[in-house]
Write a protein that binds this ligand. Structure first.
Ligand code: F6R
Length: 632
């Protein structure tokens, strides 16, 4: 949450910083700000605005520019959304500016103490205390490194901080504890940001600032220190910026573009998993760009398990949040049914506060599109303190979770810019289906032919995902979305593997259209929620390709119709009984039963997208949300 972009170099920085902020708006977009060491006055000049970076760009009447500067796009945690609370924040004399991502848990005590010492505060944020505290520390020791060290040791919480100074005009100071911060290395210029996406068009040489470290960044040098002020050698890495395109192309919204990228994302992920040719000896090196997988051993090594461990695996635990949690719940069926591995799925925000057991021969899989979600990352850190393998399934190979887990499996969805996840969900499903088959192969339950067949099943489902969306695109746009946009609440139902899918559909509708949607396992309807059924509350049923479950769903649909409910069904070809009961239906070609969610994904997402469009809402940036939730 919150995006940071900073520059030090031989060029004026404002354009780069504002463009970088635009790329990081997925991290928050309620207000934004810019500060630089003004090359005209040699003082810190800044401007801040409520709203997204485009508002800041338009409002940038103050033509401040300089060779050292930074910007911030905010997702409010402490303090309302207003100009005063927007970053950067300053010390009293406005000679030190700071931008912050994270939460300073100890800020109230620090602020009370600083007020006693005579500091005046302008905002109600936790972040502003950092500028005042740093100024006080620097005044007492007159040594930048020492002050950084003392600051880091005083602050409690999660923080990625970048400072610019009037008195040290050629320096950026970057400090991180738990929140992400990366340094891009250029020629006669260096960059600091929350995500390499901010500068992926400028450099592919990246230095990941290790956790609990700070860096003094100048245009031609970067020095890294730990919180004991010990100098560290951190080697830069090359990132593969090939998948970093953030161009919207001809699509009206990123969400639509990303819905249409799903077939390719699934195909690319599978081709990547199948690919051969990654040299064995480079497998040990940390490579940001994706690695190809050669054979079983190198696959499992990359994932952080030995092939023996996979054979002996008795329990799999999956931890994730939001959409990734829904994918995990679908994946649970894959691991239990295909690979016969008892699997538990946890919500990461709950996981850390629950009783915790590490079983013998178990492993933990963390699923996160961004690889930065604080709840999931903290759960990973907790598990890492036990002797158990940890695996991250993510779309961002450069993420903190990848660096901190035993191994990882990258997805190849490409950058997902729309705040509502679409292609990362379908790619997660594909990855989990494939991984369950590979584990089953390792455990002697399936043959290579079965794995190849599973890959084909995935290709087919991804194809159907897109073709069904195309079949219904006109009808949804011209009739269905205008009609359903008039309702203010929906009920979503599913059973078995379509229940977590229904959860995802309800989340998508809430997120992008602000329409209330409640989801239940269809069998639970009669245990209470059926009281909600009336003509004004459409009920959406997602069907199953399992015959027994399908017939149960038909009964649930009948229960709805008997109460004069308005019924929408997502059903498969030949499911006549269910289709006949429906007021509105989407018919989807048959796929392998466990892949029913993948096949239904495109048309479900497009319906939700179009309802939001009909309501003229900011589809890519729904209110109150941010894409990368780096606070707990
Ligand atoms: C919903 C959505 C969120 C994320 C959740 C976890 O569309 O995107 O629910 O799925 O915040 O994010 P990651 O997967 O990055 O850990």
């Amino acid at each position: 949450m919150c995006g940071i972009v900073a520059y030090v170099g031989s060029k004026p920085c404002r354009e780069f910083v504002l463009d970088g902020l635009l790329r990081l708006e997925y991290r928050g977009y309620d207000s934004a700000g810019f500060v630089c060491v003004d090359s005209q006055t040699n003082r810190l000049s800044f401007f801040k605005e409520v709203g997204g970076v485009s508002v800041l760009k338009k409002a940038a009447t103050l033509k401040a520019n300089g060779f050292v500067g930074m910007g911030h796009t905010r997702w409010a945690t402490h303090g309302v959304v207003d100009q005063k609370n927007a970053h950067p924040h300053f010390n009293c004399k406005k000679t030190i500016a700071v931008v912050h991502n994270g939460i300073i848990e100890s800020y109230m005590d620090i602020k009370a103490q600083l007020i006693k010492e005579g500091h005046n505060f302008c905002s109600t944020t936790d972040s502003e205390v950092v500028a005042h505290l740093f100024s006080s520390l620097l005044q007492s020791c007159n040594d930048l490194n020492k002050a950084a060290q003392m600051l880091a040791k005083t602050l409690k919480g999660a923080f990625a901080l970048v400072f610019t100074f009037e008195d040290y005009p050629d320096i950026l100071l970057a400090i991180r504890s738990r929140s992400p911060l990366v340094i891009g290395l250029g020629i006669d210029e260096n960059f600091v940001a929350s995500d390499p996406l901010a500068f992926s068009d400028k450099t592919s040489r990246i230095l990941f600032l290790p956790d609990e470290c700070f860096a003094i960044v100048k245009k031609d040098s970067v020095e890294v220190f730990d919180f004991d002020n010990k100098r560290l050698e951190v080697l830069p890495r090359e990132i593969d910026s090939k998948y970093m395109s953030v161009d919207k192309q001809d699509f009206e919204h990123y969400m639509l573009k990303e819905i249409y990228e799903q077939k390719r994302a699934v195909t690319r992920t599978l081709s990547f998993y199948k690919a051969i040719g990654f040299p064995e000896d480079s497998a040990s090196e940390s490579v940001l760009g994706h690695r190809n997988i050669v054979n079983s051993d190198s696959l499992w090594r990359q994932i952080g398990l030995s092939s023996e461990q996979v054979k002996d695996l008795r329990y799999l635990n999956i931890v994730a949040a939001g959409t990734s949690w829904h994918a995990a719940r679908i994946g649970q069926f894959f691991f239990e049914i295909i690979a016969k591995i008892p699997t538990k799925v946890y919500l990461s925000s709950e996981f850390r506060y629950m009783p915790f057991f590490v079983e013998k021969n178990s492993a933990f899989l963390f699923i996160s599109q961004s690889g930065e979600t604080a709840d999931t990352l903290e759960a990973l850190r907790l598990v890492n303190s036990f002797e158990v393998p940890t695996i991250t399934l993510t779309n961002v190979s450069s993420s903190t979770m990848v660096r901190e887990s035993t191994g990882f499996l990258p997805m190849q969805a490409g950058p997902e810019i729309s705040v509502a996840s679409t292609k990362s969900f379908s790619t997660q499903i594909a990855s989990l289906y494939w991984l369950a088959h590979r584990a089953a192969l390792e455990r002697g339950l399936l043959s290579w032919q079965d794995v190849t067949k599973a890959e084909e099943e995935l290709f087919v489902a991804a194809e159907i995902l897109e073709s069904t969306l195309d079949n219904y695109r006109f009808k949804i746009t011209s009739q269905l979305a205008p009609f359903y946009a008039q309702f203010d609440k929906f009920i979503f139902l599913g059973r078995h593997v379509s229940y977590p899918f229904a959860l995802e559909a309800a989340l998508k509708l809430k997120e992008v259209s602000y329409i209330f949607a409640q989801c239940y396992p269809a069998g639970e309807l009669k245990h209470g929620p059926i009281a909600l059924v009336d003509k004004k509350t459409p009920v959406v049923i997602f069907s199953s390709l399992d015959d027994i479950i399908y017939h149960k769903l038909v009964s649930n649909a009948q229960e709805v119709k008997a109460r004069e409910g308005h019924l929408i069904v997502f059903a498969f070809e030949g499911q006549t009984e269910l289709l006949q009961l429906a007021d509105c239906s989407f018919v989807i070609p048959r796929v392998k039963p466990l892949l029913a969610p993948l096949a239904m994904t495109g048309v479900m997402q497009f319906l939700v997208y179009q309802i939001s469009h009909e309501l003229r809402l900011p589809i890519d940036k729904p209110r109150n949300l941010a894409k990368s939730v780096t606070v707990e």
